[in-house]
Design a protein around this ligand. Structure first.
Ligand code: G3P
Length: 219
């Protein structure tokens, strides 16, 4: 499973990137809004230069024409790495289809059903992002949707990858891996929790203590 980091914060991306585990980045308008005071272009270019992998940038237009116009502008900034995030809706599907014709990769976001994901893949989305946590929030099984979408996409051999998104805790990350999500996009605070285990912490402390005692008595 590839791991993307779900943030627009460069310091957080740097921290995860140093771990050698980051394959890409996903942003959205809410995450961009946390980086106040900087231009969107500067934020995105800094991320792309650091990560050198797919970086999803979301459009906010309401019509396919508006979305594709924004998409072309973003894509021109770095055609190797910029991916255009398009919300699932009628105009979004039209935009994905038009951008697919132009070889501009899209990540169809705000996916909450298999049917939505299937349509996005058929329109030519390179990535499809089911929101696990937001489905869990309303009493649905978000990870089941990821599992079903992976089955569907793999069965029909779409050239599309499923990104498990809205990942809220380490159990989500583990479940995404076990159901075969192609990618999970994970916030830094969850990645940091994934590193930890109380027995690992205790083991390191015990080894340090034993080594110190050994050094006292060794010749
Ligand atoms: O990748 C989508 C993600 O940013 C949404 O997460 O926690 O706002 O549902 P959340």
């Amino acid at each position: 499973m590839k791991i993307f980091i779900d943030t627009a914060n460069l310091d957080q991306i740097k921290k995860a990137h140093e771990l050698g585990i980051v394959d890409g980045v996903t942003t959205n308008p809410t995450l961009m809004n946390k980086e106040s005071g900087k231009s969107a272009e500067d934020i995105v270019l800094s991320i792309v230069n650091l990560v050198q992998g797919p970086v999803s940038v979301e459009v906010i237009g309401r019509t396919a024409e508006e979305m594709t116009k924004e998409a072309r502008k973003w894509f021109a900034m770095n055609p190797e790495h910029i991916v255009i995030k398009i919300p699932m809706c009628t105009e979004g599907l039209k935009a994905i289809s038009m951008l697919h014709e132009e070889n501009i990769p899209c990540n169809c976001t705000l996916i909450f059903s298999v049917n939505q994901g299937l349509l996005a893949a058929k329109a030519g989305a390179r990535y499809v992002s089911p929101f696990v946590g937001r489905l869990d929030d309303i009493g649905h099984d978000g990870m089941k949707l990821v599992e079903e979408l992976v089955d569907c996409i793999d069965y029909y051999e779409f050239d599309t990858e499923i990104i498990a998104a809205s990942i809220r805790h380490p159990l989500h990350a583990k479940q995404a891996a076990l159901v075969g999500a192609h990618i999970a996009t994970i916030p830094l605070q969850v990645i940091e929790k994934m590193i930890q285990h109380p027995l690992t912490k205790k083991g390191i402390e015990d080894f340090e203590k034993d080594w110190a005692e050994f050094k006292k008595t060794s010749k």
